[in-house]
Design a protein around this ligand. Structure first.
Ligand code: ZN
Length: 167
């Protein structure tokens, strides 16, 4: 197992649309193990492949009910709405209240390429939506209202090393 460095804003891989996973089996199983280890070490409850620089439609998650992985996930049902304070390992140490669907069901493939389906409310539903956003190159910053987002982007730019003294 190996822990990957986690890519952070504004790394361009985080805003790319990831491509479908087309190869299943041993290499994907190893990637899943490494991503879970990286996620638990962070610590986080979900991690998408683009966050470690791999622009593939794959994520791992564990909201306390055990780990699961999905390749090529698609949301097929979504209901309700739920506001919750949410963070992202790629935008470290920042949290915002974000409104998302309360309940979702997603279908996709497991590491062997077999069909799987996961559904959940609240945190489980939210992590599925958050990770699928990553696969579409969407960071939680894009889910903020315009005023909160411009303030957040201003703060993040000021935090970037060297920005303040680069003329
Ligand atoms: Zn994230």
């Amino acid at each position: 197992m190996a822990i990957y460095p986690i890519r952070t804003f504004p790394d361009p891989v985080l805003t790319m649309t990831a491509s479908d996973v087309t190869e299943f089996g041993e290499a994907l199983a190893k990637l899943a193990d490494d991503m879970l280890e990286t996620m638990y070490a962070a610590p986080g409850v979900g991690l998408a492949a683009p966050q470690i620089g791999i622009s593939k439609r794959f994520f791992v998650a564990d909201v306390g009910q055990g780990p699961f992985v999905m390749a090529n996930p698609v949301i097929v049902e979504e209901t309700g709405s739920w506001k919750f304070e949410e963070g992202c390992l790629s935008v470290p140490d920042r949290y915002w209240i974000i409104k998302r669907r309360d309940h979702v069901r997603a279908t996709g493939l497991d590491i062997e390429g077999n069909p799987v389906s996961y559904e959940g409310d609240e945190l489980l539903g939210r992590v599925i939506q958050h990770e699928i956003d990553h696969l579409n190159g969407t960071l939680l910053l894009s889910r903020l209202g315009i005023r909160t987002r411009s303030q957040a982007l201003k703060e993040l730019r000021e935090d970037l090393p060297g920005v303040r003294r680069t003329m």
